[in-house]
Design a protein around this ligand. Sequence first.
Ligand code: TZP
Ligand code: MG
Length: 213
Amino acid sequence: MRKPFDLSLYLVLDPELCQRHSMLETAREAVAGGATMVQVRHKQASTAERIALARTIKDVLRGTTVTLVMNDDIEAALAAGVDALHIGQDDLSPALARERIGPDMILGLSVNSEGAARAVDPMRVDYVGVGPVFATPTKPDHAVPLGWDGLARVVAACPVPTVAIGGLKQAHASEVFAAGADGMAVVSAICGTPDPRAASQALWERICRARAG
Ligand code: TZP
Ligand code: MG
């Protein structure tokens, strides 16, 4: 059985932006501030390094309901025993990923178009990351930004819960939820800020307000 998960405030860790605080410290502080999911996204690291980092974050998350996600690396996801794997359109197929991770690990997939959203198989994929909403220097090779209308269209075409990503800041919470997404994913709005706990708290408050309408 897959664990329940909450996409509301999804932190994606980036080693280059996490310089004032380590990735571990950023995760700890963000969770204290309200983050509901934490993704290890460390493109330059080896599988062994990703496993070690995920294990230390897993210790920090013990006793919470926060979902720990590994980006791309199936081997690291399995070895570290994380809750979820997140893959992109250019990674292995969701069918193959599901086969390798088994029935119990949550599987997330990035999509950038209505076509890709419609192609999502809800038997295999548990949630979708939709973006980028805006251009962002955090991911220089990102696809064409969707904007708010594009986000709403892609979200509407998705058969599973969605989390919006790409250039999102506190002030965007109401538009994210108005577009129908179930959560917002951020990198720079938490990583690299002087106080990741305060940044997460501020985002969390905006999200609660946005949800309340
Ligand atoms: N995928 C699409 S945009 C993005 C990823 C990982 C980066 C988002 O970073 P930021 O700093 O929240 O704009
Ligand atoms: Mg990927």
